[in-house]
Ligand binder design. Structure first.
Ligand code: HSE
Length: 595
């Protein structure tokens, strides 16, 4: 979660609509979550408006007709909205798994009002303040589309009505646009499935959109957007481009055909297996080489269908992959491989904070020399986009300090100790949950946090400090007596990494165990959560998310891979005048409006 800790600036808001054409099965919610994460990690707040799963509304109408015979429309509306309610809850669950903070709100929890006939109503009002208040705690609000609260109960907005919900939310909440995610990558002059030389519009006006969209966008939604001045975008999942519908002259553009990226996966542990699952869920977009593991037979026996495993590095890197994803961890083979991958002209995506902290300059130089991308969002904060936030704010002004909880395992363990657990039991639990490092001493003694703090210092201040030079307090030094004394004063112990710049440019950095007031933002972090307070001259920002574990970490790795794919497709601009220590890893390129 990214939000102003002080009220100086309001984050940008976008409305994303996920229609039934991209929600075919329960697995599709994970793909929708990737799309949401792309926006939240770029610092936007998102309202995700969802349709029912594909076919569900028809099935509900059918069963309603069968049970009710000549039933009243009002009763049918009450039934068919259930598809959207279920879908919103599933979306909330998928976001939660990915470590994205979300609130799922039903229409009555937002005072989302509607008027008109039960099966073809229009939305008439929303309690904006009530909705926006949820962004204090969450990056995403999930809302069921297609229906609102009528005077006598729920009423639906006609088929395709979720488009209308998205347009109305964009209008009421002042969002920059309503982006409708469909199974096509824009509006075409003809149906591209049947007319191969149909042209894709880059932009078109409302009247032309109504004429050519043939139900792709609900007519009522286009009319509402025109009268309220809302920009509609029609886009596909994972694509940077869209057709913009607004007060603009029609303009056709190129049809985009993106070739699948060849991906080499090194490692198939907790994070690696999660990344593989995401890659396999996008069959047309990625080609996977055999995955490098220590014991191929074991993995083949227990691994995912569709994956091949190898113990041979040459085989893992066969056919010059576009991207190498390193999830081996540690500073052994992973360290030398990271350099050779870039030297040999492949993009590198890694979650390896120890390697990035040690070889920051060398790796950035290699990336710059070979013109390849070096991405490591997951190395710090897991799914919490602290590095992206620092890249964004440090471009426009000085960062004064950053402090935060940056080791999920320690946060988890401290929580358990506070509940009376023994240290050994708490460590074992963190290991079982996949939070801890292979050797959990790296977590306990603060080495993992020091690696992350060293990377944060690069992004915040552009200064090199070796992790070994950062003073650390170990969790094993925390006596029961000290814990007890803190508990008696109602204080909460956290492992906090702190770095700040003094007026003469010196950087102070340390990892310490700090007893915090219970209402301190960092004290509120639970389990594997990470949180960061960024102090700027005139405001402070707070970034929060799940900092460890398979899915949040895999989410950040996958987002890096997708960013590279969008760059390869020419849909993101390479930043001019790269400052390697800042920009080689930014999720959003300077000057790019996130699409
Ligand atoms: N062991 C690390 C932690 C994993 O607990 O934070 C994520 O970097």
């Amino acid at each position: 979660m990214t939000s102003p800790a002080s009220p100086a600036s309001a984050p940008k808001l976008c409305v994303l609509k996920f229609g039934s054409s991209v929600l075919h099965t329960a697995d599709d919610y994970a793909r929708a979550a990737h799309e949401v994460y792309r926006h939240t990690r770029a610092g936007e707040k998102v309202v995700a408006v969802v349709s029912a799963l594909d076919g569900e509304t028809d099935a509900l109408f059918d069963v309603g007709a069968s049970v009710g015979q000549n039933s009243h429309d009002a009763m049918l509306a009450r039934l068919v909205r259930c598809g959207e309610l279920k879908s919103a809850a599933l979306m909330g669950l998928a976001l939660q798994r990915a470590g994205i903070t979300a609130a799922v709100l039903d229409p009555h929890e937002m005072s989302l009002k509607a008027e008109g006939s039960s099966l073809d109503a229009n939305l008439t009002g929303l309690d904006k303040a009530r909705v926006l208040a949820h962004f204090e705690q969450a990056d995403v609000i999930v809302a069921p589309g297609f229906f609102g609260e009528g005077a006598d109960g729920p009423v639906t907005l006609g088929r395709g009505g979720t488009d209308l919900t998205a347009v109305m939310f964009a209008h009421w909440l002042g969002a920059s646009r309503a982006r409708l995610i469909k199974d096509v990558d824009g509006v075409y002059t003809d149906d591209p499935a049947h007319v191969p030389d149909a042209h894709r519009f880059d932009q078109l006006d409302y009247a032309e959109a109504a004429r050519v969209s043939r139900g792709l966008v609900q007519d009522k939604a286009i009319q509402a957007a025109q009268s309220l001045g809302v920009i509609i975008e029609v886009a596909a999942l994972g694509k940077a481009f869209a057709t913009r519908i607004g007060p603009v002259p029609p303009k056709t553009g190129a049809r985009h055909r993106v070739r699948p990226l060849r991906v080499a996966m090194l490692g198939h542990g907790s994070v690696g297996a999660g990344v593989c699952e995401h890659l396999l869920a996008h069959p047309g977009r990625f080609q996977l080489n055999p995955v490098l593991v220590r014991n191929a037979l074991d993995h083949a026996r227990n691994g995912q269908a569709g994956l091949r495993f190898t113990e041979d590095l040459a085989e893992a890197l066969e056919n010059q992959p576009d991207i190498v994803v390193e999830t081996i961890g540690g500073t052994g083979v992973a360290r030398s491989l990271s350099q050779s991958v870039l030297r040999d002209g492949m993009h590198l995506v890694t979650a390896n904070k120890a390697v990035i902290a040690l070889d920051f300059d060398r790796l950035h130089e290699l990336a710059a020399d070979s013109g390849r991308q070096l991405r490591y969002s997951a190395a710090v904060g897991g799914g919490a986009p602290i590095l992206e936030t620092l890249d964004r704010v440090s471009q426009s002004g000085a960062v004064l300090s950053v402090e935060g909880v940056m080791n999920g395992t320690c946060n988890f363990i401290l929580g358990r100790l506070g509940e009376g657990a023994l240290l050994a039991d708490a460590i074992a639990e963190a290991q079982a949950l996949g939070f801890a490092e292979a050797d959990p001493r790296g977590d306990i003694d603060g080495d993992d946090a020091a690696d992350k703090l060293a990377i944060i210092i690069r992004h915040a201040f552009g200064v090199s400090i070796a992790p070994g030079d950062i003073a650390k307090e170990s969790l094993s030094d925390l006596s029961a007596h000290r814990m007890q004394a803190a508990a008696e004063q109602n204080l909460v112990f956290k492992q906090v990494g702190h770095c700040s710049a003094s007026s003469d440019g010196r950087i102070e950095a340390r990892i310490e165990l700090r007893a915090l007031e219970p209402d301190h933002r960092l004290a509120l972090l639970r389990n594997e959560e990470n949180g960061f307070l960024v102090q700027l001259p005139h405001e402070s920002l707070y970034v929060q998310g799940k900092g460890a574990g398979r899915w949040p970490t895999a989410e950040a790795v996958f987002a890096d891979i997708v960013d590279i794919q969008r760059l390869a497709g020419g849909h993101l601009k390479q930043p001019a005048g790269l400052r390697p220590q800042r920009c080689a890893q930014t999720a959003r390129m300077p000057g790019e409006e996130i699409a």
